[in-house]
Every structure is written in structure tokens, then in C-alpha cells.
Design a protein around this ligand. Structure first.
Ligand SMILES: Nc1ncnc2c1ncn2[C@@H]1O[C@H](COP(=O)(O)OS(=O)(=O)O)[C@@H](OP(=O)(O)O)[C@H]1O
Length: 908
């Protein structure tokens, strides 16, 4: 028998559907019938996708109560009260009796993207929100909440664009005249809202939000924040009380008489800080004498779930709760889970000046702490990195400490450093690197140190990133290394952007900072004062690092474990704080297992993205002096294929200041390096640079590389822009139909069977069911011609002024004019006179260097003209793309080539 609860739920669902369809239709009708020019509906006609920016918009669609009507005329966003009798509003009958419910079965069609509506680009709170989202790797989009009626489009063809909305300003949110559209969206897609109220000196002491059963008291001075137990928001957070004053004297607290609102955090007024009206805290969900600083609206009021903070994210507990609020309001879709892996490396074992090393008491403390930490961090084991050369080079007590470490060798994990702690990038010669490693390995074998852990670290990150290929080779050969770690990829800062990658089968894990460095040995001398370290542990940077990273590898040094034993202090207190305040399950895994886990969690990080080592001073400092960024090209000819790119490249190379790749590995001028678009990329930048000789003058001479399939490659623009952000990009366009035909004819000329078997028309018009080889040829014929798509991708990564689009037809008829344009664009000197240097060979039908006989570029092929049937098929096929291309060229302020004008005329 159907239970009452089930029947009630169904009834509510039906009511919700009725409400939704009614209000959505009503809104759509209203917006459409008033046809405000600034309100655009998406193709789906969904009113929640409206972009509303007009200041003349009507008040919200839903029935207003009397007070709201009065205020809506003046567009006043909040009511300021001192009169207790007017607080709080009684909900209208409809709201009280049948509150709309969020969809119980959320539609799957919502993008997992958070919409963040910030006050301005630079607002502190906005940046704090973004920092947390970025650190947690949650996709988000930021919009500036400008006008009172602004709302970005929320849907795209029936699909919800956002899984959660974070409004930096509660007043901007509640004061938005289109918030009913936002709420409809939230109801339909079960989307929640997080918002903050930051009071300032001008804030009235009491604020009643229009349309919400919520009263705000501002500028409160509070202490002893306690997280209430049993809140549905709590996931990572453990309830408890943070004793002591809350930072600042501008806290906002909330009271509500509606059961939808529950206190999540409550605090006591500090003496002298009690605000008027505090006696109202008898309302449901609020405790007597305590002020609610964070409240949860469970959606019983108007169907929308919210979490409202009465301060920014400067307070550590709010940062933790924000992570939980995101998880709660997205039904755990944006959630980091409870497991956190921590690996603590202790580097420089045996290295270090006398007086900064561990004695036997320190080693005992290390062992004891390791056992103690195992009760909070499963399997916790310190990972010791050693340089054998410095064994027994401390004081007598420190040498005893060395021996004690070796006595307990099996209690720890071990990894090799360089024998003499040398930086690997200084060794250009693989053999000398290997010699150093073998010395350390011999030391390890002699002292019973395990040599099979597969993990190694290089001093000062040297050679790990930027990659020193010799280091990777030597590691593999000497130690069979499979894992390393660095803080340098892609850059040291900001730390939250650090990633891993895999190169030459060695997994590189990102390393996090714990605030301890070789020189940090005394608590009292901690940079910025010892409280800095405590802040970092107690909810600050170090705590957040563990909170927001499923895997944290920390690097500490021997010197942090002698003297004050700051390393032990740090991790013991960190583990205590985490156990007190969170449900996180901490564990340690050996590096190899950890690395496998990391790349299972983040498979997209496996492939590296190489940057230019000279663009980061730290990278340059740990890059071999024998390598030079001068050996990276400054110009790329990207294609597409069959548009005259070989001729263009050879014309460029005629210029006295321009040179191309050396003819390595039998690379003829007609062969291409194809670095950015193929697996060659994984050979690393050393491989790429080996193609180029250092130009005589790095600043005025140009290295140029041409690979004509870069143009349509998905990967090439992103990779090229990461390594060569300042490069000038040259592309040649001809009619895409002719390009397709030229490719087909080229395939026939080189004896490609499928091209010989099928007519051009058969190739281009082949259906999905066609054989794979035919489809592949079709793809090569057609896809590069989707010019606007490919150009759009390059323009996502390069500014328009670094891209020159040339007319291939003109390169054929008047190359000197084109080359003059190119010279100007590149800023290359001296001016080279191509009119004199180039001659057209009538007999061969090609351009050649004056005085020489060889054709420059692929010779014009003699092949039959394209069948009219194929031409009109292709004109139709490319029609949309050609229109898009013309719009793109128009936006870029570039003239339309004649072939494009002709194609556009056909459209008409
Ligand atoms: N100066 C000049 N300007 C413009 N076009 C020229 C020039 N010289 C040769 N060609 C024609 O370019 C076609 C070959 O293009 P690519 O060199 O880009 O081919 S490839 O991608 O490197 O295979 C090839 O086209 P088809 O004639 O269709 O085969 C050549 O004729």
C-alpha cells in the first residue's frame, strides 16, 4: 500500500510541476509580450536563459504582497527596520501552504559549473571564493554582478548551465529585480545559492530582506563560533566550538521565524558588542543567547536551498564550511570525498651544516612521532632522501644520529638524492650524472638502505622541470625511478595551479608547500612570526592544502627535525587540527602507489604542457646553460595543407635573417618537424630545439618552423602558445573546395589506393557507412577547410595581432606583395626585395630564385578541373563555415580574399 508520505510527495511534485509550468510560461509570456529589447531569450525560449540588462524591466512576475509592491515602485532592495512589529513578514498564504519544492529528481542536464557573481574583478571576497573553487578544481564561471537586473543566460538549449550559484553580495542577490527568474531556474534544475553579507560602517544595524523571512543584524562583535551538529550541510566539517574572539567587528547575524532557516554556525556576542534586538533569537532553529553567523535555508520557504554567511572568507571556518556548502547544495556532485593522502619527505638526510642536523634524541623523537601520527594518518611513514657523500660529517652527536637512522633503516621509506647533492641540470653529460647516482646507490647498498622504492627527488627541483632529459635517462638506468615530485610545474606560484605530468615513463607528482624550508629551524624565528606557522596549521594555508588536495606531497628537510623539531611540531598539530575539525581520513601511501592513485584521479594531467623555460626566472635558473631559448622558433607557418605552405616557407628562408629547422634525421625541406600535433611533443622541448641552430643574433634573427597540419590540430594551438607565447603565426587560405581537391590529387599522385579507387565526388560525398579508409580520406579532404573553426581555436590561444592570414591565391600570383606583408608583420630586417629575388618559370609553372633552376614549393600539378557536381557539393558543404569566416575576418579587420567573396555570392 502506498504510504502517506509517498502520496504526499507525489502530490507536492504535481503541485510543483503546475507551479513551474505556470510561472515559466507566465514569465516567458510577460517577457515576450513586453518585448524589451535588452531581454534575449535563448533558442529554447526558456525564460531562465534571459539576459536582462535593461534598467526599465518590470518588477518580478510573481504576486507581490502589499509591502513589496510599495517598495518595488522605488526599486528599494532592502527594508531598513528599527520597528520590531514589522519584522518578520508573514509569508503569503501561497508561500506558507504550498511552498514550491526543489526538483526531487534533478535533471541530469546541468553542467557541473559554478556561477560566481562577484562585486568586481578585484573584490577580496570574490577572489577568496575563486581561490577555493580553483584549489578544489571545481569548474566555475565568474560574472560581475553589475546592474540591478543583470542575470547571465542560465540555460543553453534546455540544459542548465550552472549547478550552483554563488553571489558574493547578499544584497545584490536579493535586490536583483530578476531574482524570480533565477529562482525558477534554481527550482527547475535543483540549484542552490550561496551568498554572503559583509557589513560596513554604513550598514544599518537591522536589515529586513524583502521577500525573505530573514532579519540581519550587522556589525556585531562576536566570540566562540560553534558549528551546530546535525546540519545537513556538514560533510567534511565536524561540529565543535572555536573558542576565542572572531576576527573583526563587522559580523552579520541572522534570525528567522521560518523553519526553513537553521543556524549552521552560532557565536556569542562579545562584551559590549551586543546589538539591539538580540532577544529575537528564540525563533525556531536558533539558540537562545547565541547569534547565527551562518544559516542554511533548506528550501522549505520558496523551494530554493541556500547557505548564507554573515562574514567573508577571512575566517578559516567559513572556508571549510564553504567547501561543505558547495557539496551540500550540489548534492555532493562537487565534492572532494573524505580521503586525503599525505606523504612527508625529509630531504637532505646526512646533508647539512654541523649544528643543524639530527642527534640521537631527535631520531628517537622522529620515530616516536611517526608511531603517534599513525593513529591519525593510516600507515604514516616518513620518506627520507639521502646524499651518501655527507654521511658522518656532523658533530659527534650528529654522527651518532646518522647511525641511529641507519639502525632503524627499515622503519622509514628512503629515496635517493644526488650523492653530492649536486644539481643535475649542471651535468650535460649523461655519464657523469650516472656516476653520481651509482655512488649513492653503492652507499645505499653498503648501509642496507632499500634501493627499490622507485622514487627520487632532485636538489632544487633541478632537471625535473624544466625537463633535463639526461636526468630522466640516468634515473631510469641507475635506479629504475618511476616517480618524482616538484613544485615547479607549471610554475611555483600560485600553488593551487600545480599539477603533475608523465615524461619518459616517470610520473612527476606536484609537491605542496608546508611552510618549512632548509633555513626554518627555530619556532621563534619563523618568517613573519611563529603565529604565522600556527595560523597556517590552524585553518590557514597548510590546512587548506590538505583540505583541497586529495594527495599532498610535502617536502621538509633534515634541519627541520633537529633543534626545535619544527617538522614534528607542524605535522602533529596539523593532524590534531584536522582530526578535531574534520571527518577527513588521512593516509600515507608509498610514492609509487601514490603516483598511480594521483594519475587515476587526474588522468588529464598525464600529458605535459611544456612552457618556455625563459619565461620563468626560477625555471631558467635550473635549466642547463647549454640550452638556449634562442633555439625556439619565433615564427610558425601552420598550414593548412595544400595551400602553398611549402612555397611560403621557402620564400621565408630566402630572407637573410630567417632560418628554419636543420635537416636532421634526413629531414628534407619538404618534410616537417610536426612537434605540436603529434607524439613528437612527448619527446620534450630538447628534441624540438635540436632542429634549430642558435641564430647569430637571437634578438633580430628569426627561426621559423612550418608544419602544415598544425592548422587543424586540436592540440597544437594550446601547446604552441604555452611554449611560444610570443610567436608570430602565419596561415594561408585558399578556397577550401580547391584545397580539398588538391589534397585528393596529391594522394593520387603519391599512389594512395583509396584515392585511385574512388572519384573525388565519391570521396567527399561518402556516407557514414563507408569504409574506414574512404572516410579517412574524406576527413583529410574536408576537415582542414573548416577555416573559421580552426582559426577560432588558434585565436583562443594567441592574440589576433600575432596571427597573419594570407591569401594563397595571391601568393601564387604575386608572391613579392605577400612577402612584403609578411616582412612587415614579422618586423624582420633588412628589407628583402622579393620582386628581384623571385622569378616565375613559365615552363615549369612555378616560382624560383633568380639565377637558380629549382622550383620553390610544390610544383603546380596538372590535373583535370573539378567536376561541377563536386564543386557545388563543396560550396554547399562549406557555406556556413565560409559565412563564419567572413564574419571572423570582418571582426579582425581583414579584407576578404576574392575566392571568399565569390563563394559568398553563391550563397545569395
Ligand atoms: N607560390 C605558390 N603560392 C601558392 N601556392 C603554391 C605556390 N607554389 C606552389 N603552390 C601550390 O601549393 C600546393 C601545395 O601546397 P603545400 O605546399 O601547402 O602542400 S603541403 O601541405 O606541404 O603538402 C600545390 O597545389 P596543387 O597544384 O593543387 O598541387 C602547389 O601548386
Amino acid at each position: 500500500m502506498m504510504s502517506l508520505a509517498v502520496r504526499l510527495r507525489r502530490h507536492l511534485r504535481r503541485l510543483l510541476l503546475l507551479f513551474l509550468s505556470g510561472s515559466l510560461l507566465g514569465s516567458a509570456y510577460f517577457l515576450l509580450s513586453h518585448s524589451y529589447p535588452s531581454v534575449q531569450l535563448s533558442q529554447s525560449g526558456d525564460p531562465t536563459s534571459a539576459v536582462a540588462s535593461s534598467t526599465a524591466l518590470p518588477p518580478p512576475y510573481r504576486t507581490l504582497n502589499t509591502r513589496e509592491k510599495t517598495h518595488s515602485n522605488t526599486h528599494q532592495q532592502t527594508d531598513t527596520h528599527t520597528n520590531k512589529h514589522r519584522y518578520p513578514d508573514t509569508p503569503t498564504a501561497r508561500q506558507a501552504d504550498t511552498p514550491p519544492q526543489p526538483s526531487p529528481d534533478p535533471p541530469s542536464s546541468v553542467e557541473p559549473v559554478v556561477l560566481v557573481l562577484v562585486e568586481s574583478q578585484y573584490s577580496q571576497l570574490g577572489q577568496d571564493i575563486i581561490t577555493i573553487l580553483e584549489s578544489a578544481r571545481y569548474p566555475f564561471r565568474t560574472e560581475i554582478a553589475l546592474g540591478k537586473a543583470d542575470l547571465p543566460p542560465l540555460t543553453d538549449q534546455g540544459r542548465g548551465r550552472y549547478i550552483l550559484v554563488i553571489y558574493e553580495s547578499l544584497l545584490k542577490y536579493t535586490g536583483n529585480w530578476n531574482r524570480h527568474l533565477l529562482h525558477q531556474y534554481c527550482l527547475r534544475y535543483r540549484v542552490g545559492i550561496i551568498t554572503f553579507h559583509r557589513a560596513n560602517q554604513n550598514s544599518p544595524p537591522l536589515l529586513k530582506l524583502r521577500g525573505f523571512p530573514l532579519l540581519l543584524r550587522t556589525n556585531q562583535v562576536l566570540r566562540d563560533a560553534s558549528v551546530t551538529s546535525h546540519s545537513p550541510v556538514l560533510h567534511l566539517t565536524r561540529p565543535g566550538t572555536d573558542h576565542g574572539p572572531l576576527p573583526g567587528d563587522d559580523w552579520t547575524t541572522f534570525t528567522s521565524n521560518h523553519s526553513s532557516y537553521q543556524a549552521l554556525v552560532q557565536a556569542r556576542p562579545r562584551e559590549g558588542g551586543l546589538a539591539a534586538g538580540s532577544g529575537d533569537t528564540t525563533a525556531p532553529g536558533f539558540s537562545l543567547g547565541l547569534q547565527a553567523t551562518v544559516v542554511v535555508d533548506e528550501g522549505l520557504w520558496d523551494g530554493v536551498r541556500r547557505v548564507v554567511f554573515g562574514h567573508g572568507l577571512g575566517y578559516w571556518l567559513h572556508r571549510l564550511l564553504l567547501v561543505d556548502a558547495v557539496s551540500y547544495l550540489t548534492d555532493r556532485k562537487l565534492s572532494l570525498g573524505l580521503e586525503r593522502h599525505i606523504l612527508v619527505d625529509i630531504d637532505d638526510i646526512f646533508v647539512g651544516k654541523e649544528g643543524t642536523r639530527m642527534n640521537t634524541a631527535d631520531v628517537k623523537a622522529l620515530l616516536n612521532t611517526q608511531y603517534r601520527l599513525r593513529s591519525q594518518i593510516t600507515n604514516f611513514t616518513f620518506n627520507l632522501g639521502f646524499s651518501g657523500k655527507f654521511y658522518h660529517t656532523g658533530t659527534e652527536q650528529e654522527d651518532d644520529g646518522d647511525d641511529m637512522l641507519l639502525q632503524y633503516v627499515s622503519e622509514f621509506w628512503w629515496f635517493p638524492h644526488m650523492y653530492s647533492h649536486m644539481q643535475p641540470h649542471l651535468f650535460h653529460n649523461l655519464t657523469s650524472l650516472l656516476d653520481q647516482m651509482v655512488l649513492n646507490k653503492d652507499f645505499a647498498l653498503e648501509h642496507g638502505i632499500p634501493v627499490d622504492q622507485g622514487y627520487a627527488v632532485a636538489p632544487h627541483h633541478s632537471g625535473v622541470y624544466p625537463v633535463h632529459v639526461q636526468l630522466y635517462e640516468a634515473w631510469k638506468e641507475a635506479w629504475a625511478i618511476k616517480v618524482t615530485s616538484t613544485e615547479e610545474y607549471p610554475h611555483l606560484k600560485p600553488a593551487r595551479y600545480r599539477k603533475g605530468f608523465i615524461h619518459n615513463d616517470i610520473m612527476v607528482l606536484p609537491r605542496q608547500t608546508c611552510g618549512l624550508f632548509t633555513h626554518t629551524i627555530l619556532y621563534k624565528d619563523y618568517p613573519g612570526g611563529s603565529t604565522e606557522l600556527d595560523h597556517s596549521i590552524r585553518g590557514g594555508e597548510l590546512f587548506l592544502t590538505v583540505l583541497l588536495n586529495p594527495i599532498s606531497v610535502f617536502m621538509t628537510h633534515l634541519s627541520n627535525y633537529g633543534n626545535d623539531r619544527l617538522g614534528l611540531y607542524t605535522f602533529v598539530h596539523l593532524a590534531d587540527f584536522i582530526s578535531t575539525w574534520t571527518h577527513l581520513q588521512l593516509l600515507t601511501l608509498p610514492p609509487l602507489q601514490l603516483a598511480h592513485r594521483y594519475f587515476t584521479l587526474f588522468p588529464e594531467q598525464r600529458q605535459p604542457l611544456w612552457q618556455n623555460p625563459c619565461d620563468d626566472k626560477r625555471h631558467k635558473d635550473i635549466w642547463s646553460k647549454e640550452k638556449s631559448c634562442g633555439r625556439l622558433p619565433r615564427t610558425l607557418v601552420i598550414g593548412p595543407q595544400r595551400t602553398g605552405t611549402t612555397a611560403l616557407h621557402l620564400f621565408l628562408l630566402m630572407h637573410p635573417s630567417i632560418s628554419g629547422p636543420r635537416q636532421l634525421d634526413g629531414l628534407s625541406p619538404y618534410r616537417e618537424v610536426q612537434f605540436f600535433n603529434t607524439n613528437n611533443y612527448h619527446k620534450g622541448i630538447d628534441w624540438y630545439m635540436d632542429f634549430f641552430s642558435l641564430p647569430s643574433n637571437v634578438s633580430s634573427d628569426f627561426l621559423c618552423e612550418k608544419s602544415s597540419s598544425y592548422f587543424s590540430s586540436e592540440e597544437a594551438p594550446r601547446r604552441a602558445a604555452a611554449l611560444l607565447p610570443k610567436a608570430k603565426i602565419l596561415t594561408l587560405l585558399i578556397n577550401p573546395s580547391d584545397r580539398a581537391y588538391s589534397w585528393y590529387q596529391h594522394q593520387r599522385a603519391v599512389g594512395e589506393h583509396v584515392a585511385l579507387r574512388f572519384s573525388f565526388y565519391k570521396v567527399i560525398s561518402a556516407g557514414h557507412e563507408a569504409a574506414a579508409d574512404l572516410r579517412s580520406l574524406q576527413n583529410h579532404c574536408l576537415t582542414p577547410g573548416l577555416y573559421s573553426t580552426h582559426l577560432g581555436r588558434w585565436l583562443q590561444h594567441y592574440p589576433a595581432n600575432q596571427l597573419l592570414i594570407l591569401d594563397g591565391q595571391q601568393l601564387s600570383s604575386d608572391p613579392a606583395a605577400v612577402m612584403n606583408e609578411v616582412q612587415k608583420f614579422l618586423g624582420v630586417t633588412p628589407h628583402f626585395n622579393y620582386s628581384q629575388a623571385l622569378m616565375f618559370d613559365q615552363q615549369k609553372g612555378c616560382w624560383r630564385e633568380a639565377g637558380r633552376t629549382k622550383c620553390l614549393g610544390n610544383k603546380e600539378r596538372k590535373y583535370p578541373v573539378m567536376e561541377p557536381e563536386a564543386r557545388s557539393f563543396l560550396s554547399r558543404y562549406y557555406r556556413e563555415h565560409n559565412i563564419n569566416l567572413s564574419q571572423l575576418l570582418h571582426q579582425l579587420g581583414k579584407p576578404l580574399p576574392s575566392w571568399l567573396r565569390e563563394e559568398l555570392q553563391k550563397v545569395r
